[in-house]
Design a protein around this ligand. Structure first.
Ligand SMILES: [Zn+2]
Length: 395
């Protein structure tokens, strides 16, 4: 791809300077990387979400068929390029046994993946969403800033998806007492923020239930909590409380929107909540993909809406270029962030390669049209890669 305006080079410069603020990642703990190999990389990759991957690396025919089948898929394409850059062996070469050996030998060095996150990916910091241990920085405060994922609080119990129980955060007696529950939830979240143990609150409830947030009040929420009304009334009430707490402390509220294993998870369904909380900074994740027009309109309507394109460039290059052009036109360049949204550094690097294929063409559109200079384009790249995040999360 041509780099007429030097945008690709500018991204490389930022990586080299080690300044990227990766606003959303799920990098695993040190223990999970013990005995890391190609199978672990597959287990933790998005590739695994969209296709069965051959796991017997001696069956070259199966691997060859898989490679042929996946050649247009974004997850495959960028992971393929990433491992080739890192290990000198691509997935499409079919030499998975050799690649497996290279990966397992690299991970014998315990600090390997952390060094790669810093130097190959160029991260100054990553906002860490540890799904299984919310608010934990994996004991690496030099590179991670924890985010508090509170899905289990909406479920009033076990978050089976991530194996996290609400009882980790509130007392067991609160699970049967609405007033006590709300009191303990507020104290828990506020305390975490006040002690600066977390830098954002994250709601990924889209993985558990659809975005159905009816107008609610204390009485309906209590009945809902007790099972006498649909769960959605409690969900609405709790969401409202969390948004209020975030506004009080000026802590951003990150929300997973778009594709998820439940129906109706599009960003537009958050309209009423966002409208009633003008002081809360709502960060719409993943561009509400595939309903990418929703956040575009919301940027126009609400000055307190921010867009994080995390995950998007890995999912679809064409969607993301289109989306970036739209949000830059309709919104502005101060309310856009990026995160890798991955679990291992190899796929995180793949996310950077994917980002390098979407930012330059999207910003070039504005230079080609004579709206901005190439220099202004480079400033926008730096805003998206770290300046906006530094300001939004007060890093
Ligand atoms: Zn994520």
């Amino acid at each position: 791809m041509s780099d007429a305006y030097g945008f690709s080079t500018e991204i490389d410069n930022v990586i080299e300077e080690g300044r990227i603020i990766n606003t959303h990642c799920h990098i695993s703990t040190d223990e999970q990387f013990e005995n890391a190999d190609l199978n672990l990389l597959f287990d933790k990759s998005y590739l695994n979400w969209v296709s069965d991957i051959p796991r017997d690396f001696s069956k070259s025919e199966d691997i060859c068929l898989f490679v042929k089948k996946m050649c247009t898929n974004n997850y495959f394409y960028y992971l393929d390029r990433a491992v080739e850059r890192i290990y000198g062996i691509s997935l499409s070469s079919g030499k998975w046994k050799d690649l497996d050996l290279k990966i397992s030998s690299a991970y014998k060095d315990k600090s390997y993946f952390l060094d790669e996150l810093k130097y190959t990916c160029g991260y100054r910091l990553g906002l860490l969403d540890n799904c299984r241990n919310p608010g934990f920085d994996n004991n690496h405060c030099d590179i991670f800033r924890p985010v508090l994922r509170i899905d289990s609080l909406f479920l009033k119990g076990e978050d089976d998806y991530n194996d996290v129980s609400a009882e980790r955060f509130v007392s067991s007696s609160a699970l049967n007492d609405f007033n006590l529950y709300m009191k303990e939830v507020e104290a828990f979240i506020s305390g975490k923020i006040e002690r600066r143990e977390v830098y954002a609150i994250k709601i990924a409830s889209a993985y558990d239930f659809a975005f159905d947030f009816p107008a609610s009040d204390e009485d309906s929420a209590k009945k809902s909590f007790q099972g006498k009304m649909p769960d959605s009334f409690f969900h609405s009430y709790l969401f409202d409380k969390v948004a209020t707490i975030c506004a009080r402390y000026d802590v951003p509220l990150q929300i997973h929107t778009g594709i998820a294993p439940t129906s109706n998870t599009r960003a537009w369904s958050l309209f009423n909540i966002i409208k009633s909380h003008p002081e809360t900074k709502f960060v719409i994740f993943h561009g509400s993909f595939p309903w990418i027009d929703d956040p575009v309109a919301m940027l126009h309507l609400f000055k307190n809406v921010y867009v994080d394109i995390c995950w998007m460039p890995l999912i679809s290059t064409s969607y993301t270029i289109d989306f970036l052009k739209k949000i830059l036109e309709v919104g502005n360049c101060d309310r856009i962030c990026w995160g890798c949204d991955t679990r291992m550094f190899e796929e995180s690097f793949a996310a950077i390669l994917a980002l390098k294929d979407v930012l330059p063409p999207a910003i070039s559109f504005f230079v080609d049209g004579g709206r901005i200079s190439a220099e202004e384009g480079r400033v926008i790249i730096r805003k998206i890669l770290y300046e906006n995040a530094e300001r939004l999360y007060r890093l």
